[in-house]
Design a protein around this ligand. Structure first.
Ligand code: PMP
Ligand code: GLN
Length: 386
């Protein structure tokens, strides 16, 4: 090949491979394994939501939506965050509907990170953050969250912040660990950032999946944090519609204006009928309030089936992921263990080391329990005897 057009050799993302979610789902499908790897429900979304989408198409909502999202949906989002987090956000200037959370994360990073900027991320970190930072010309500074409770070490965070720090990416409830922020975490963050120009990007896609009577600690609860934050969420997780790819970003008007400069050239707008359907559903249901009990029952069922096995059950306070340590079962690296489980045992999972920039491998796998009870029981039965 002509060297001038040898793009792989000139890659802007030389270390990036196909995302583990695509790799493991493909492997699971190829081997007919129960797929507890990529995070998506294997059950249907609510019938009234599907009906609303069909009605929206039939009513002619099939052309471009407004670039920022349809007003009815933005108004529902504003009402929701007011009711849940006491946050007053302007539906017109502060909310942008995006193609899933992943677009919102990418756009917030492109809109805020400049060449040479540092962005603090906590490993294990969701895999889309670092490539987006690198494309913006920034550099990730990786801090660790440690098993079993994966809490932020605020002293470590304080020493990592310096004049080059532009953005801190926070994810609660946390994928893959299932850890959630406490109110004290927000207190620490507030005092740490009191006089600092640092921006925050809050990945809160599992905001409605928090267990054991706890409440989601959104950055939106604290005006002093919200004024410097892009807060991102996703209807995929809340309404069992990961394939619809509808999410949003809430940020103060000045930050949202910059966000929209990028969003308009990434996707411009998000499928119109889905926006109408979600706006209608939000206005007519309290579905999100039922989610914690629904997923907590699945978490408990999956954990109970593995109780007494050689798997180490790590705590799970939120999300639909359960971490399982296999130090007592096998010593192979987690990527090999995940592949072996998929191909030989028939259960696919995600190796956690891929979320660690330094490849740290604590022999822990992530299992998604957003699955029908039969699937969960079968998967647990297959792995419990190892
Ligand atoms: N952030 C986290 C932590 C996630 O787990 C996911 C997806 N599961 C996303 C972002 C992306 O969400 P979406 O599917 O809405 O793009
Ligand atoms: N967020 C999902 C997970 O953690 C995957 C999303 C994707 O495949 N892009 O499994």
């Amino acid at each position: 090949m002509n060297a001038v057009v040898d793009l792989p050799a000139q890659s802007k993302l030389p270390r990036v491979k196909t995302t583990i979610f695509a790799v493991m789902s493909a492997l699971a499908n190829h081997h007919g394994a129960l797929n507890l790897s990529q995070g998506f429900p294997d059950f249907s979304c609510p019938q009234p939501l599907m009906d609303a989408a069909t009605r929206a198409m039939q009513a002619g909502h099939n052309q471009y939506a407004p670039m920022t999202g349809i007003p009815a949906l933005r108004e529902q989002i504003a009402a929701k965050v007011q009711a849940l987090y006491g946050a007053t956000v302007d539906a017109d200037s502060d909310i942008t509907v995006t193609s899933g959370a992943i677009e919102a994360l990418f756009v917030a990073i492109q809109a805020s990170v400049r060449p040479g900027d540092e962005v603090i991320v906590f490993d294990p970190a969701y895999d889309s953050y670092e490539p987006a930072v690198e494309l913006a010309g920034g550099r990730c500074v990786h801090l660790s969250l440690n098993a079993p409770d994966y809490r932020i070490d605020f002293n470590q965070l304080e020493s990592a912040i310096n004049p080059r720090t532009r953005l801190i990416i926070l994810n609660s409830p946390h994928n893959p660990s299932g850890a959630v922020f406490s109110a004290e975490d927000l207190d620490r963050l507030e005092s740490l950032l009191a006089d600092s120009p640092v921006l925050l990007l809050g990945d809160e896609v599992y905001e409605h999946i928090v267990f054991d009577g706890q409440h989601h600690q959104s950055l939106l609860r604290r005006p002093a944090l919200a004024e410097r934050s892009f807060v991102v969420s996703s209807f995929g997780k809340t309404y069992h519609t990961t394939g619809w790819k509808v999410g949003y970003c809430i940020a103060p008007a000045g930050l949202s204006a910059e966000f929209r400069k990028v969003h308009q050239y990434v996707t411009f707008s998000v499928p119109t009928p889905f926006q109408h359907a979600i706006a209608h559903f939000m206005a007519n249901s309290d579905f999100h309030r039922e989610l914690p009990a629904f997923y907590q029952a699945k978490r408990d069922r999956f954990r109970a089936a593995l109780d007494g096995s050689r798997w180490q059950l790590l705590p799970c306070a939120g999300t639909y992921f359960q971490l399982l340590g296999y130090q007592a079962i096998d010593d192979r690296p987690d990527t090999e263990m995940a592949e072996w489980l998929t191909t030989e045992v028939g259960v696919a999972a995600i190796p956690v080391s891929v979320f660690n920039a330094d490849g740290r491998d604590e022999r822990i796998l992530r299992f998604c329990f957003a699955k029908g009870n039969d699937t969960l029981d079968q998967a647990a039965a297959k792995i419990a005897s190892l």
